[in-house]
Write a protein that binds this ligand. Structure first.
Ligand code: ZN
Length: 180
């Protein structure tokens, strides 16, 4: 489970600008326009991404799509293509593990990743967009960037303190096990 589900829109159900179906349609259009075929695994991948509420590992996405329906290499290739098409954003755990998130219902944002449990939360940081724009103004094309924040979440700090005192509290559930 992913803990980062802060809702900024109290009337999200009413104000939702795009449905998941419309994103699926748009995704298929972008895939077609890129000269790629809209295959079953690609559609299944888009649907799997839409089910997630935050960034997830490739292995997790593979499980969601169904390990028997396509192999991990196909998922890798599809995600790389989807990133080019702007359908997914990539982020990283502090150990370098790659995470992917669909771009459907969220404005560009960053993540703070807990170094202990791997939990991610959203971080709003608009300065990087200005830098990207400056670089585009200077004539650069296909400008992208990677920016991650890492720390230890309050729950893990509490767990560590309790452990030091000899009392145990449960550590938050992880999205994927960081290999420390
Ligand atoms: Zn944590």
């Amino acid at each position: 489970m992913i803990a980062a589900t802060q809702t900024n829109h109290p009337h999200a159900g009413v104000q939702e600008p795009r449905s998941k179906e419309s994103f699926l349609n748009e995704a298929c259009n972008r895939i077609r326009n890129a000269g790629m075929r809209v295959t079953k695994p690609r559609v299944a991948l888009v649907e799997a991404l839409l089910k997630q509420s935050g960034p997830v590992s490739i292995e997790r996405i593979h499980q969601e799509v169904g390990v028997n329906s396509c192999d991990l290499v196909t998922i890798y290739r599809c995600l790389a293509a989807f990133e080019e098409l702007g359908l997914v954003r990539r982020s990283y755990l502090h150990n370098g593990t790659c995470l992917y998130e669909q771009t459907f219902d969220t404005a560009r944002h960053y993540h703070i990743v807990c170094k202990t449990c791997g939990k991610t939360e959203k971080v709003n940081y608009t300065l990087a967009n200005d830098v990207e724009q400056q670089l585009k103004d200077r004539g650069f094309e296909q400008v992208s960037h990677v920016l991650e924040f890492f720390g230890v979440c309050p729950e893990c700090q509490l767990a560590a303190k309790s452990l030091a005192r000899g009392t145990s509290v449960s550590v938050p559930t992880t999205i994927s096990s960081p290999q420390v």
